[in-house]
Ligand binder design. Structure first.
Ligand code: FMN
Length: 359
């Protein structure tokens, strides 16, 4: 209901969101609830499986928000594609990247944005938009391929802090028209320092993670993972889910799987990476292609050749892996050596399956 004491400089809020496990969706909803208190018209758009961009209908003073998780110190690639395809405009825009916050004992640890804030701001500025705010938002980390899911109590504590933070952010944004945090400059040196990892993750790491998922013998062919995948990256081969390279490791499938049969195959990926390290790709590239002894060009070329070689190696390895998983004994062997078998999974509290629509 409109609180007549609250007056916003905007009259419409349009939020485009992508959310693997519900954190970004929660943030988008919190912001939308605040906007409603100001009597603003609110539109929330999921960009799951988008085929074309839905530009906002601009009436009066519209504020556009892009809300998405940070992946590998970058914005989730699906959101990057969405923003890249977004039409030019002059409205005010805000970026809100959820990060992976942690809590041990009483101490809270923030995530790290890398370029997840800077890059979309830059793209939107180039398109003519006015940046009215940007918020790195530390929700409970969902990256359970690399660490166990947080306890309910730690995740709950982090979420409650964030709800208060977004309240203050929304107040400044809607009443003063813009909201930035000084923390942007505090994090900036670190965000820039991790840029090489951002590049490595974007061009290589994310594809390795994409090829780390498999379904154990407990999979009951319910196909929920196929149905709910936001990038349409899970296909059935026989009756078994198979992850394509377009997978963004958003953690939705592993979080919602009713039989908890989806795993990250640590015992497949780690030995594969070790085996790959034994192949003399760099030496072969230098000899066969006759690359110069040193120099930046050589460095870049060798990296690119290495990335391509990793893809090919993984494509072949994952194909063989998918075949041998049909043998129940081998399947169980991988299952019991996958850390996710023992780890708590993560879906933002209060999220229901219907919150993860595919359109
Ligand atoms: C593949 C992957 C990469 C991630 N990389 C980062 C990162 O670079 N920095 C960070 O702070 N959090 C990182 N996280 C944590 C998520 O950004 C964080 O938990 C986010 O709130 C999840 O939002 P969602 O539930 O809307 O998907 C990563 C998570 C995943 C699954």
């Amino acid at each position: 209901m409109k609180d007549i004491r609250k007056i916003s400089v905007y009259d419409t809020l349009v939020v485009y969101y992508f959310s693997g496990t519900g954190n970004a969706l929660k943030a988008a909803r919190w912001l939308a609830d605040r906007a409603s208190e100001y009597g603003m018209e609110v539109h929330l758009h999921s960009i799951d499986r988008f085929e074309k961009v839905t530009p906002p209908e601009l009436n009066g003073k519209t504020l556009i928000v892009f809300c998405y998780p940070t992946h590998g110190f970058n914005l989730a690639p699906i959101m990057m594609k969405y923003i890249a395809k977004f039409p030019r405009g002059k409205s005010g825009v805000v970026t809100l990247n959820t990060r992976g916050g942690l809590k041990f004992g009483k101490i809270y640890f923030p995530g790290l944005s890398g370029v997840a804030q800077l890059l979309p701001m830059f793209l939107l500025l180039l398109k003519g938009y006015k940046i009215k705010g940007s918020l790195p938002f530390d929700m409970p980390s969902n990256w359970i391929s690399i660490h166990p899911g947080l306890t309910d109590s730690a995740a709950g504590d982090i979420s409650r802090r964030r709800e208060r933070q977004i309240g203050k952010f929304a107040e400044r944004l809607f009443e003063k028209g813009r909201a930035f945090s000084y923390k942007f400059f505090v994090y900036l040196p670190l965000d820039i320092a991790v840029a090489p990892i951002t590049i490595g993750y974007y061009f290589c790491g994310r594809f390795i993670f994409a090829k780390s998922f498999y379904a154990s013998a407990d999979c009951n062919d319910c196909r929920l993972c196929v149905e709910k995948c936001p990038t349409n990256s899970i296909v059935l081969v026989g009756k078994r889910p198979f992850w394509r390279y377009t997978c963004e490791s958003c953690m939705r499938c592993i979080g919602i799987c009713p039989s908890k049969s989806i795993q990250t195959a640590h015992s497949f990926v780690i030995p594969m990476m070790y085996l790959f390290s034994l192949i003399p790709v760099t030496a072969a590239a230098v000899n066969i292609l006759g690359l110069p002894a040193d120099g930046i060009l050589q460095d870049v070329l060798i990296r690119v050749i290495n990335w391509i070689a990793v893809f090919l190696f993984l494509i072949a390895g994952y194909f063989i892996f998918a075949q041998v998983l049909r043998v129940k004994f081998i399947n169980r062997l991988f299952e019991y050596t996958s850390l996710t078998r023992y780890w708590k999974r993560y879906i933002a509290s209060g999220m229901k399956l219907r919150d993860f629509g595919t359109k």
